[in-house]
Structures are given as structure tokens and as C-alpha cells.
Design a protein around this ligand. Structure first.
Ligand SMILES: [Mn+2]
Length: 289
């Protein structure tokens, strides 16, 4: 481990000198829809390779769903990433704080003559879109738009990729959103909004809650004019889960969840309440803020 960044020239030299490289990406999410030949890191014998290239992995163990995973081989590690907390764990490192790892790659290879084709441009563009939250994150810069422009010029299909990623909602998520919006209560004076979900309602709509794509609290957190939102969901008789989402980057919902015995992050937290009724659960939460 060198704990320092190397020049683009050095990194390119390391890649060129390798005869058996293997690429490992942040694999905590399922990217099977992008590339079918994805092999779980735990099934790979890295000693068969002379260079292990880490892409978009803030830590070594992010290349595996098992968070305690650590490859055992002494294979040379090349770390190409954009995470602010990256500890420069590679023997060679190229870590730049761009919004996307594909922006880092584009920057790394800017002096190399890359033969772009539509497939490569599409893959870079997909990475740029996902890592930047569709250009919504506060770390997006003019360079990312320049990269996007170059990728589109080289064949990346903005509409097709964006459509695939944003226009394919599952029916179950729309049904769940219907319930959540229907039950929405807004308290303008308190700058709070909340919604509720009961087992009976889920059953009536034929919703298997475990198959949803994202939590219902995320469905209402973008409401204007509120400090935070919460959703109370009946888990079983007398047990309710309260999930909190902050609307503002500096409004701390973790404190509220902790007061009620829960935990989480500053903008997303939750707790379990053991109470007699849904109404009681709502009252307890409202009394704690
Ligand atoms: Mn990333």
C-alpha cells in the first residue's frame, strides 16, 4: 500500500505492463442488468492475476456483498476511485474527488487515444448518470458536463439510458405509492408531513411489502415546505416501524429516532415502537419533535 496518488502516466504504465489484469467494482448492489458475466468476488482466486484493478470502491471490501470480505492474494492492487473517504489502499492509486468514477476514468485516459464506440460510450455514460444522481448531486462540475458531451458525441444514447433507468417502475411500487399518498397528512405549522401503512391496507391491495424497490418514506421526502417526513408502518400486532427522512440537508432526523430508541443516519433514520394503536404511534412521534 503506497497511501499516495500516482500520476496518470504511471497508472497507464502499470495497466500496460500487466498481462493478466482483473477488474473489481463496488459490488454491493446488483448490476446483473448491465453485464451478465459478473462473478462474485468471493469466488475468484486473485492470485491467478498480476493486477487487481479496483474501480469505484471506497474500501477494498466494497467489491463484495459480504462486508468482511478481504482478498487474500498478494496481487498488485490498482485503486481508481472517486470516494472522498478512500484511504488510498492500492499499491497504485488514482483517486480524484469527481462526482463519478467514470469522470475519473475519462480524466485518467484523456491523453491516451481511446477508440470510442457506442458500447463503451454508453457504459461510461451509465456510470456518470448513476454516480451523479442524474447530475443532481452538489459535487457535479462543468467537467462532468464536458465528459457527458464527449460521450454523447461518441455515441452514448442519453434518452435510451435515462428511459431505462427512470421509466420502468414496478407496479408494486406504484400501488404502494398510491397508499402512501392517499394517507398523507401535512402539518404546515409544524413543517412536518407523515403517512401510514397498515397490514390490512397492504393485504387489500395485494402488496407484498418485502418486494418493494424503495422505502415509502422516500416517496414523500421531496415534499416542499417541510423539515422532515415520517412513515409509520404496522409490522405486527402492537409493533410499528417509524421511518424518518429529512427534507433539508441540515435537519437531523437521527436525533428524533434516537430519542425513540432507534438509529440511522442524519437524513434517514428509523425506530420500532411497541404501542397499542397506529394513532398512539403517531402521537408518540409528534410529541417527540
Ligand atoms: Mn461511485
Amino acid at each position: 500500500m503506497s497511501n499516495k496518488n500516482n500520476s496518470a502516466q504511471k497508472i497507464i504504465q502499470v495497466i500496460k505492463e500487466s498481462t493478466r489484469p482483473i477488474i473489481c467494482m463496488d459490488s454491493r448492489a446488483d448490476f446483473g442488468f448491465v453485464e451478465e458475466n459478473v462473478c462474485p468476488a468471493k469466488d475468484i482466486d486473485f492470485s491467478n492475476y498480476d493486477l487487481q484493478i479496483f474501480l469505484d470502491s471506497g474500501t477494498i471490501e466494497h467489491i463484495c456483498k459480504d462486508r468482511l470480505f478481504m482478498p487474500k492474494s498478494k496481487t498488485v492492487r490498482l485503486n481508481i476511485d472517486h470516494h472522498a473517504g478512500n484511504s488510498l489502499y492500492g499499491h497504485y492509486n488514482y483517486v480524484k474527488p469527481y462526482v463519478s468514477c467514470c469522470t475519473v476514468l475519462f480524466n485518467l485516459f484523456k491523453d491516451v487515444k481511446i477508440e470510442w464506440n457506442r458500447s463503451l460510450a454508453n457504459i461510461y455514460y451509465l456510470g456518470l448518470l448513476l454516480d451523479s444522481g442524474f447530475f443532481q448531486y452538489n459535487t457535479v462540475t462543468d467537467y462532468d458536463f464536458y465528459v457527458a458531451s464527449e460521450l454523447v458525441k461518441n455515441g452514448a444514447k442519453n434518452f435510451e439510458i435515462t428511459w431505462k433507468l427512470t421509466s420502468n417502475e414496478k407496479l408494486i411500487d406504484l400501488k404502494l405509492a398510491g397508499l402512501i399518498y392517499n394517507n398523507l397528512v401535512v402539518l404546515p405549522k409544524k413543517s412536518i408531513a407523515y403517512s401510514t401503512l397498515t397490514i390490512k391496507e397492504l393485504k387489500e391491495k395485494g402488496i407484498n411489502y418485502d418486494q418493494r424497490s424503495y422505502p415509502p418514506s422516500d416517496m414523500i421526502k421531496k415534499l416542499e415546505g417541510v423539515n422532515f417526513v415520517f412513515v409509520i408502518r404496522e409490522i405486527s400486532s402492537h409493533r410499528y416501524k417509524a421511518s424518518f427522512r429529512s427534507h433539508l440537508p441540515d435537519f437531523n432526523v437521527l436525533e428524533i429516532a434516537q430519542k425513540l430508541g432507534g438509529g440511522g443516519h442524519i437524513m434517514a433514520a428509523s425506530t420500532i415502537l411497541t404501542v397499542k394503536s397506529l394513532q398512539e404511534a403517531i402521537q408518540i412521534v409528534l410529541a417527540s419533535v
